[in-house]
Design a protein around this ligand. Structure first.
Ligand code: AMP
Ligand code: GLY
Length: 417
């Protein structure tokens, strides 16, 4: 077994996922220091924040060298696609997060479809369309409900699912390259696995709530809440998804000379015909990471370091605390459209409040700056208890015009899917 050195970790990013990562890293006895570039006011409570542009590969490398960091963890997709992983590795520093070529698994939906086809991974049928005529033909081929996806990165907002053909066509017209896909019914599951390019280590399943309003109404967002584990998940789901989806995808990327070192996020639909991949992401999901890492008992720094240095096969299976965790996202007025930002935010202190779009004035006043402002994580022995904890806590946060869904994990807490 390789000995893990004391770890000085630099987390790249400034969202809720990075706050959850920083908190979990800080709990690992092997981690002696956590830094963030650039971080946020919540992260500043458990890490040292540095005013560095997460999208600038050489600035991130310079900071990592100055801090003597021996592990860089890249949180969001944009720095990965911009080549931050490549630059950190080229400087000889262990990096958790794929190189830009492997991050295309998320960066291009058409590339993800190509990898899945080559690896025999089950997914919806689809067509890549470059013209309005192609798009119209594909919509007619697959029928309603229509699923229209912008090919590139769109922060979770590039997908339109609609029965309205005109709306589907209008979304397609606004994208340079569009993927039109068969509609997949059935409950959605997010399954994450840590990969060193060869070996994969799955987390437990979670579920995300993508639409802005209760009962899955309104437009898609980056995610309005999540919970884990899923009491209704079929037995053997994790093993099945690792065997049929995640391992073949990681193997295919390695075979192409673009090994995937980082987090494989499989967004799945459990359809009547079996498991189908809805999307891949190349990083931890947000907000699923918040409840997942709040239950994680394994030492996160050691595990991510093992992935970054190709020794994941030596790691035991990940351990999670018993019980449940629920995250509820508080969003700013107007989200996912243009938002009103800069309003004062109160009651947002404490490790159960995971910051995303917040900023602190010089006088200490906290302000809501992003679309998704924060997430509150509640834990409990039952899903009902975890929900109550999250909802009680979020009710004490003050922000004019704030919105949050009231039904995160509600049906699962009642014993349904
Ligand atoms: P994506 O960015 O690909 O995850 O899509 C965002 C959301 O749109 C997903 O979480 C689903 O709720 C929905 N969606 C995407 N693709 C499909 C599909 N083929 N069938 C049904 N819903 C979909
Ligand atoms: N929770 C959805 C995402 O991270 O893309």
């Amino acid at each position: 077994m390789s000995e893990t050195p004391d770890l000085t970790v630099l987390v790249v990013g400034s969202g809720g996922r990075e706050h959850a990562l920083a908190l979990a890293l800080a709990r690992d006895p092997k981690v002696v220091a956590v830094h963030a570039a650039p971080g946020n006011p919540g992260i500043a409570d458990c890490a040292t924040c540095h005013e560095v542009d997460a999208l600038d590969p050489s600035a991130v490398v310079e900071l990592a060298q100055r801090l003597d960091a021996n592990l860089v963890v890249v949180g969001p997709e944009a720095p990965l696609v911009a080549g931050v992983g490549d630059a950190v590795r080229a400087a000889g520093i262990a990096c958790f997060g794929p190189n830009a070529d492997a991050a295309q698994l998320e960066g291009s939906k058409a590339f993800a479809k190509e990898i899945m086809a080559a690896a025999g991974v089950p997914t919806g049928e689809s067509a890549v369309c470059l013209t309005p005529e192609d798009a119209a033909a594909a919509l007619d081929r697959f029928g309603a409900p229509h699923v229209v996806k912008d090919d590139g990165l769109a922060a979770g907002k590039g997908v339109v699912v609609t029965d309205d053909r005109a709306e589907a066509l209008a979304h397609a017209a606004g994208c340079e390259r569009v993927v039109i896909e068969e509609f997949l019914d059935g409950p959605e599951v997010s399954l994450f696995a840590i990969s060193d390019g060869t070996t994969v280590l799955p987390l437990q399943p979670a579920q995300d709530f993508k639409r802005i309003f209760d009962a899955d109404e309104g437009p898609n967002t980056g995610g309005m809440g999540a919970y884990t584990p899923l009491p209704w998940a079929p037995e053997g789901l994790v093993d099945e998804v690792v065997a049929t989806v995640i391992q073949p995808t990681v193997d295919e990327l390695r075979r192409r000379g673009t090994p995937f070192v980082g987090l494989v996020y499989a967004g799945l639909a459990l359809t009547s015909k079996g498991v189908r991949v809805i999307e891949f992401n190349a990083r931890f999901g947000d907000p699923e990471t918040q409840p997942l890492l709040s239950l994680l008992e394994s030492p996160l720094g050691e595990v991510l370091y093992a992935a970054a240095t190709g020794t994941l096969a030596e790691q035991p299976a990940l351990r999670f605390a018993d019980g449940y965790a629920v995250a509820v996202v508080l969003s700013n007025e107007g989200y996912p459209g243009p938002t009103v930002t800069g309003r004062e935010l109160t009651g947002a202190e404490g490790p159960e409040v995971i910051h995303a779009g917040t900023a602190r004035d010089a006088d200490g006043t906290l302000r809501a700056t992003g679309g998704r402002v924060l997430a509150v994580v509640g834990r409990g022995d039952t899903l009902g208890d975890a929900r109550s904890a999250a909802y009680e806590r979020i009710a004490s946060i003050g922000l004019e015009g704030a919105h949050y869904r009231r039904d995160i994990a509600a049906t699962a807490a009642e014993g349904a899917q």
